[in-house]
Design a protein around this ligand. Sequence first.
Ligand code: NDP
Length: 433
Amino acid sequence: VKKNPGEPEFHQAVKEVLDSLRPVVEANEEKYRKEALLERLVEPERVIMFRVPWVDDKGNVQVNKGYRVQFNSAIGPYKGGLRFHPSVYLGIIKFLGFEQIFKNSLTGLPIGGGKGGCDFDPKGKSDREVMAFCQSFMTELYRHIGADTDVPAGDIGVGGREIGYLFGQYKRIRDSYEGVLTGKGLTYGGSLVRTQATGYGLLYLTEELLKINGKELAGKTVVVSGAGNVATYAIEKAYQLGAKPVTCSDSTGWVYDPDGIDVAALKDIKEVKRARLTEYTKYRPNAEYHEGKGVWSVKCDVALPCATQNELDLEDAKTLVANGCFAVAEGANMPTTLEATKYLQENGIIFAPGKAANAGGVATSALEMSQNSERLSWSFEEVDAKLQGIMVNICHNMADAAKKYGFEGNYVVGANAAGFEKVAEAMIAQGVC
Ligand code: NDP
């Protein structure tokens, strides 16, 4: 805390990981201490901060703060998304970059951990303003990234449009057509299934985890928060697996649709019109729209937080348990507070942490990198089958790791331990660096 003042989200992420790694560290104490392994692990290899000046539609110059945190490259080039949201500051990017190390390791693919972003708010901006901003952002970032160095992707506020503008500017400056970003459009090196990957992956893992616990997803009522990329495709896949998703939310309000969320309406509102969920009842008069926060008050079997960090607190956890919810799987990064996670686990809820449950996005990004390297595009079915295989593997690896260290059923310990082991071994093998 002294070394990283004013970064509560980063402290929270480090505490969660280090607390749950205690059994792993105790089993290897002398080796890790000699190597100062944990001290090195919590310090990013490199932090880049830069000015992003751009001109708005009124001709005024705006200035934002850009970041890229290259956290750990022990097992592969840095990989992790870019977040454009007014709440972005160094502590958020460091928490996300730190989580990314273990998530990427869990996928079984050769990718290190990184994250970046900016306090720019794309909401309400014209396409031209977003383009001007992205071009300025990349005019600094390009010198720090590359297909074999650091490969950013999307996150909150960064979707296909933004990745397109960023890629165009990189190519223009470097005069090089390479897989430097993932989440690209299908006409210029993107991968099928990348758009759906995080949401679909979340449901593949949830289904498998329920199976391990003698339960099934089909026929269950699912409550989802968020209305962005992860939430939309989580809702879509929930239907495909026979469940019924009944809620979604954005930063102004939430929707309860007793007949099940209408995916086509959701996509039209959020992806096409870029509008607010207030519109939803125009498509579905039977649905309810409420201002503020509230999806966790809806009775459900399974809860999938897919919006943002710390959106599910202790009170929400108590409500979920009281309402008979039996599983929570995190589509967002760190959506559940530490107290809420503890309460859920102590009350017998099957709890899948984000670094395992939402790893499908980055896994499919790594598949996009492979396709770019061989200059080929795989079919939807091929990528989807690989994604499903990866999520099922992650599920078993985290369950097995939890058992190995004497914490059967504690998937927070399992995911952290399974992700950490490979990174620790690679760091030690590569010497003090
Ligand atoms: P989007 O920008 O597509 O959607 C985010 C959604 O969450 C929007 O509905 C947004 O509402 C809502 N939201 C964002 N911030 C807040 C807030 N402070 N309070 C309430 N609601 C909020 O982002 P993604 O769907 O891509 O990301 C969602 C989460 O999933 C993030 O935690 C991200 O890090 C994580 N994630 C994403 C991956 C991906 O592949 N996209 C991969 C792995 C994790 P509004 O529209 O009003 O802003």
